[in-house]
Write a protein that binds this ligand. Structure first.
Ligand code: 13P
Ligand code: SF4
Length: 330
């Protein structure tokens, strides 16, 4: 529990009074300049946060951006592991996230002790970890990858290399198919991408036969197999910019629609079917962790410089090695 001047971060985000007359976007802009702060946001953030951000990208672009920031404060609007990655690359800076509760089902699916056990039983395996992992897991991995560079990085390794890939079994299977490797796969998945159902996508395709299907490699095989293109969020956006097609069925988190609609107003984007999960209060194509961040929480984070991401220096140095290897191979 931390209580400073009537504010609380007990719940993992700042709770404080915000006047209903506050123009959040305008004030964020003013405070940002005054404090020399920079706001990074993932494509899966809501429209309002993307409006406030200085840089929007996929996991790879965000990690690449994080190595050359000269601001004093960095606010990472995304999930916890993204904040941790930015901190590891900027140990001398203050790194903040609007809500520390923004986790990730993939990161949760790979526990440090389980990976350590695998390593001790299989010392001859190289460990390649998706960036969607904790700092502890990155620290005992050989290389970190994102969905945007995984195929390239795996292809750069000797063919005979024994590899464990984790924690996303869907991305791992996709890389195996693309590279012809037989990497062992950790049994984790992104619950948002696993919620998409092939029958729903096929029904959508029947209604929009000219639309191309674009999917994220975190989707199940049945969906990847019927897709016209599968790639990271940035790769999907690039595909659209190089395509003469007019409409696209987008099978990934709904936040990407902001970037697509902003950049390609002459094209039609159909989000993968979503139903409202009234028991949870969100649409099933929304990552509830990503959506924990709101413009008001971002404003309070900037104002009070809380909550801060911290990583032990020794742990950060170990995790940085595997991130640096990724950046050098990207
Ligand atoms: P990319 O940013 O690599 O497209 O991955 C998407 C994702 O699930 C981030 O959590
Ligand atoms: Fe994790 Fe999936 Fe959410 Fe990305 S979309 S942060 S992989 S739970």
């Amino acid at each position: 529990m931390s209580d400073i001047n009537n504010i609380s971060v007990e719940k993992g985000y700042v709770e404080a009074f915000v006047s209903p007359f506050t123009d959040l976007l305008e004030d964020i802009e003013i405070i940002k300049k005054r404090k020399n702060a920079l706001i990074l946001a993932h494509y899966y953030q809501n429209w309002a946060i993307q409006q406030a951000a200085d840089f929007i990208g996929d996991s790879l672009a965000l990690a690449q951006k994080a190595v050359s920031i000269d601001a004093d404060i960095i606010i990472m609007c995304g999930v916890h592991f993204m904040g941790e990655t930015v901190k590891i690359l900027n140990m001398n800076k203050k790194v903040l996230v609007p809500d520390l509760n923004a986790g990730c089902s993939l990161a949760q699916s790979c526990k440090e002790e389980d990976l350590k056990k695998f390593k001790s039983e299989h010392p001859d395996y190289k460990i390649i970890s998706y960036v969607n992992t904790t700092a502890e897991v990155k620290a005992i991995s050989d290389i970190v990858v994102t969905s945007g560079n995984a195929v390239k990085i795996v292809n750069s390794l000797p063919k005979e290399e024994k590899i464990l890939f984790g924690p996303d079994r869907n991305l791992g299977r996709f890389i195996n198919e693309k590279t012809g490797r037989k990497m062992l796969l950790w049994d984790g998945a992104c619950h948002v991408h696993e919620r998409f159902k092939i029958d729903d996508i096929l029904a959508l395709k029947e209604r929009h036969p000219d639309a191309l299907i674009l999917s994220h490699p975190e989707c199940k095989k049945s969906i990847v197999d019927i897709s016209d293109f599968t790639g990271s969020t940035a790769e999907m956006i690039k595909f659209v910019s190089n395509s003469s097609a007019e409409s696209f069925i987008i099978v990934t988190e709904e936040g990407i629609m902001n970037e697509l609609r902003r950049n390609f107003s002459d094209k039609i984007f159909i989000p993968a079917p979503s139903e409202f999960l009234s028991s949870h209060d969100y649409f099933c194509n929304e990552c509830e962790y990503m959506r924990l961040n709101t413009l008001e929480k971002l404003y309070l984070t900037l104002k009070y410089e809380l909550p801060e991401i911290t990583v032990e220096p020794e742990l950060a140095a170990k995790a940085k090695k595997s991130i640096d290897t990724m950046l050098s191979l990207s």
